[in-house]
Design a protein around this ligand. Structure first.
Ligand SMILES: *[C@@H]1O[C@H](CO)[C@@H](O)[C@H](O)[C@H]1NC(C)=O
Ligand SMILES: *[C@@H]1O[C@H](CO)[C@@H](O)[C@H](O)[C@H]1NC(C)=O
Ligand SMILES: *[C@@H]1O[C@H](CO)[C@@H](O)[C@H](O)[C@H]1NC(C)=O
Length: 542
């Protein structure tokens, strides 16, 4: 008690002192008067200010530092044709920015009215090199050519207007791209990536921002993953690159790739080492109903690897390139790719049962299917093009796709847009027995007052939420009716565990042990050899 009393007294004392100090400040009116007299006008730029390091007491003149140190004209190395004149107000025809550094011009700057060229005092004092030679960037001398819109040959961007150019080679580069690191390790790709002056001709998409890469310009690529490329700006961004440049790819002694390139278009996959696999771009009609051994989803029209000997071994190209080891985005654990789990697994991110390959932690405490294992931040989803999504754990957010409340979501805080994990991996294209001729396409909700019905359950469908539709037939489907509870299971598949998933085609529909209602979906889970139907409820109680 004694201590508390002392503390209170001390607090009162401190408060009293503060009040006294404030009183002294207010009473010192000479202080206020002095502050007022400090505000003056700069004799050159005529702007008000209170900090004038240069002054002439005799004539009562004050000058800003930049103004006093400037001369009315300069000869400027980066604009040698004309002298630049000092200006103290921005003419209406210019945008008020320094042409070299892009920073807003303050009180004084230099300008050439013939060429509409302006530089701030900092760039006037420290001009960038007019010519430079750096063999890492280009084999010849480069010359600065300010004020020219251009696409940088080194990074493919057009966000600066001051190229260094090599006339001989018609080569243009940003000053910031002169020292692009050659080999780097980034958080968004398992292997080290190398800078290349150009990519093989074709359509390329950046693995980080998902936007197009101009293949004739420089970009990062991976020697292990033939399809992957990353913009220079995206790869070297803070948070993605650790800032270290490496000399040699072989520094990374451990190889996490799941395959070995035998020759162009031919690989050996770690889950099928006895034969080689060949890349095919288009699947013929027979392949359409083939299922990928890794993700257990049909091949449809995506490129895939087909075993050159066996009939049944076929995997998506993107599944073949999945790394053998990852640090997952949900639990931040080192996980290892297990080629075939032989049986059903429950994914600890989307909570779906799955078969096929899995990412598993030591001791199998965490299992992720390959879809969730591949989720990394920032996550880009076609349904929310303006912003990237980030993993969020909360008390519960409503998923924009299905309306369920989930604790684990991918979120864009800016737009309050949330996707739960099971919806974030929904396939874009689906084949369903109710529309044998066409693919159903995933729709990300539509703003409409029209009435929609589900082709399967014949009940209302809320068009503001996600659904599947076939444009040819003009029919729409609930997501949960399209898949039932076992979206990632190939019915009657090869599951060899105590549970298996079988088609719900008995004369009477089995009653679920979980929810006590008759199963209305196409598949149900049952104990092998037993008769007990168990429905694992992914889509909420119904
Ligand atoms: C700029 O260069 C011209 C010609 O070379 C010279 O006459 C002039 O004095 C120079 N001006 C300044 C401010 O250095
Ligand atoms: C001068 O340059 C600025 C900046 O690029 C531009 O916004 C402006 O339109 C130009 N003015 C003229 C008259 O060309
Ligand atoms: C270009 O990229 C390939 C991999 O795509 C790599 O093997 C090669 O070394 C790169 N070349 C340069 C000059 O970095």
């Amino acid at each position: 008690m004694g201590h508390v009393g002392l503390n209170v007294t001390a607090a009162i004392l401190v408060k009293a002192t503060i009040v006294m100090v404030i009183a002294v400040f207010v009473l010192d009116s000479s202080f206020t008067r002095r502050a007022l007299t400090l505000i003056k006008v700069c004799h050159i730029c005529e702007l008000l200010g209170d900090r004038f390091p240069y002054a002439c007491d005799l004539c009562d003149l004050s000058f800003h530092k930049d103004c006093a140190e400037s001369t009315p004209e300069i000869n400027y190395s980066c604009h040698p044709i004309h002298t630049l004149k000092r200006l103290t107000s921005v003419p209406s025809y210019i945008d008020g920015k320094c042409y070299l550094c892009g920073i807003k011009i303050h009180n004084v700057f230099y300008h050439c009215s013939i060429c509409n060229f302006s530089v701030d005092v900092d760039c006037a004092k420290n001009p960038p090199l007019y010519t430079l030679f750096n063999p890492k960037a280009h084999g010849h001398q480069l010359t600065l050519l300010p004020r020219r819109a251009f696409v940088c040959n080194a990074c493919g961007m057009d966000d600066d207007r001051n190229p260094y150019i090599c006339v001989e080679c018609n080569f243009m580069i940003h000053i910031s791209c002169i020292n692009i690191p050659r080999i780097i390790k980034i958080s968004r790709h398992v292997h080290p990536i190398c800078y290349n002056y150009s990519l093989p001709a074709g359509k390329w998409k950046c693995e980080v921002c998902q936007k197009e890469i101009i293949w004739t310009c420089g970009a990062y690529s991976c020697s292990k993953c033939p399809g992957s490329a990353i913009h220079v700006k995206c790869a070297t961004k803070f948070g993605i690159w650790d800032g270290i440049e490496h000399e040699d790819v072989s520094e990374y002694s451990e190889d996490f790739s799941s395959y070995e390139v035998i020759e162009e278009g031919v690989i050996k996959y770690f889950g099928h080492e006895k034969h080689t696999l060949k890349l095919k771009e288009e699947s013929d009609a027979n392949d359409e109903c083939k299922w990928c051994k890794v993700c257990r989803y049909p091949i449809f029209s995506s490129p895939f690897y087909d075993c050159m000997k066996c009939d049944a071994f076929i995997i998506h190209q993107k599944c073949a390139y999945l790394p053998k080891k990852i640090t997952d985005s949900f639990y931040k654990l080192p996980l290892t790719l297990v080629f075939d789990t032989y049986g059903l697994c429950l994914c600890n991110a989307c909570q779906n049962f799955f078969e096929g390959s899995a990412y598993k932690s030591a001791g199998n405490r965490v299992s992720l299917d390959v879809r969730c294992g591949s989720i990394s931040e920032p996550f880009v989803h076609e349904s929310h093009p303006p912003h990237s999504l980030y993993i969020k754990y909360s008390k519960g957010e409503f998923c924009n796709a299905c309306g369920d409340k989930e604790c684990l979501v991918l979120s864009c805080e800016e737009c309050e847009f949330f996707l739960d994990i099971k919806c974030s991996i929904l396939p874009k294209m689906v084949k369903h027995k109710n529309d044998k001729d066409h693919f159903l396409i995933l729709r990300y909700g539509e703003k409409t007052r029209e009435q929609f019905w589900c082709e399967i359950c014949e009940e209302d469908l809320n068009p503001n939420k996600w659904f599947y539709s076939c444009d040819h037939c003009g029919i729409t489907f609930h997501i949960k009716c399209t898949f039932g509870d076992f979206i990632w299971i190939n019915p009657g598949g090869e599951a060899e565990s105590t549970y298996m998933v079988i088609p719900n085609n008995y004369a009477s529909r089995p009653v679920c042990n979980e929810c006590d209602s008759r199963c209305q979906y196409p598949l149900f889970l049952t104990e092998t050899g037993g008769r007990r139907a168990r429905i694992y409820n992914v889509w909420g109680k119904f």
